[in-house]
Ligand binder design. Structure first.
Ligand code: NAD
Length: 290
């Protein structure tokens, strides 16, 4: 396939490199002028999409996505597929899909989980929203960049799955961290706390696979001085998207709301910026009841 790839940042660059390595012809564009091995760098977004069978975007947010797609959709060939892998708001995902379909294109919103490690290793999970035809056309590319792709439903369903998952993740991380901090104050050894909770009804991915306590459980960012991993500011971005979606769908999400304001405080007023999202544990450790 000829593939246009727009947004060659931390995630986009290794994803585009994997497509090129698999033998596809990849034309890449990034406003930062990034070069990626095996990818032909072009001067404009329009150059990247002209004649492409598939166009992949991996951009910071919905506003930038909308600006880029406004520009490139008219330049894409009829029948080509537009695959947005960025994490953006559900409304932007739906608006872009509508515009693409109106121009005779196939469209999939396909945000990912797996982080930079997964992007490099080609082991991402894709959560996709769009028609059967659009998903079928994108699927061989998901197979190269990832290990799993779930077709979640129509346009926007991929973004919906992503933000619901990450709302659970943010809430659960906070619950796990505050429980460790309470256990500390009750004189409970952290290893014993892990041994019990990880095999009891309080178990979770944040406890069992990504334990926020250094030296306890499997290797995690806590064992590397909370170097991300998954940065607290990216968790904040996803939590804010969950609350934006909850507002527009009139959904009551009190735990998601609290998690959003705690990560907001942590990132914007405390020392959370640039630290892994599990660094909530040292934050709680330092605090008392007030
Ligand atoms: P990043 O900031 O490293 O990359 C974004 C790239 O887009 C940058 O290189 C930037 O120069 C480029 N860009 C910005 N505006 C542009 C434009 N108008 N035209 C072309 N290029 C433009 O971010 P990232 O970590 O690669 O994340 C990308 C997306 O993936 C985000 O939506 C993020 O939420 C999501 N995501 C990130 C992770 C992660 O662990 N980093 C995990 C899952 C999902």
């Amino acid at each position: 396939m000829q593939i246009g790839f727009i947004g060659l940042g931390n995630m986009g660059a290794p994803m585009a490199a994997n497509l090129a390595k698999a033998g596809h012809q990849v034309l890449g564009f990034d406003t930062a002028g990034v070069t990626v091995e095996g990818v032909t760098q072009v001067e404009t977004a329009t150059d990247a999409v002209t004649g492409a069978d598939a166009v992949i975007t991996m951009l910071p947010n919905g506003a930038i996505l909308r600006a880029v797609t406004d520009q490139v959709i008219p330049a894409m060939s009829k029948g080509a597929v537009l695959i947005d892998c960025s994490t953006v708001d559900v409304d932007s995902a739906r608006a872009v899909a509508e515009q693409a379909i109106g121009s005779g294109l196939l469209s999939v919103d396909a945000p990912v989980s797996g982080g930079i490690g997964g992007a490099s290793a080609g082991t991402l999970t894709f959560m996709a929203g769009g028609s059967e035809d659009a998903f079928a056309k994108a699927a061989p590319l998901f197979d190269i960049m990832g290990q799993k792709a779930v077709h979640c439903g129509k346009a926007g369903a991929g973004q919906a799955a992503k933000i619901c998952n990450n709302m659970i993740l943010g809430v659960t991380m906070i619950a796990t961290c505050e429980a460790f901090a309470l256990a500390d104050k009750l004189g409970l050894d952290r290893q014993k706390m892990f041994d019990v909770v990880s095999t009891s009804s309080g178990y979770s991915w944040t406890m069992n696979a990504y334990c926020p306590a250094p030296g306890v459980g499997p290797q995690s960012p806590a064992d590397n001085d909370y170097t991300p991993g998954f940065a607290a500011e990216l968790m904040l971005k996803d939590l804010r998207l969950s609350q934006q979606a909850a507002d527009s769908a009139d959904a009551d999400t009190p735990m998601g709301q609290v998690a959003t304001s705690l990560y907001e405080q942590f990132v914007e007023k405390e020392d959370g910026l640039g630290r892994d999202f599990s660094a909530m544990l040292p934050r709680f450790e330092k605090r008392g009841r007030e």
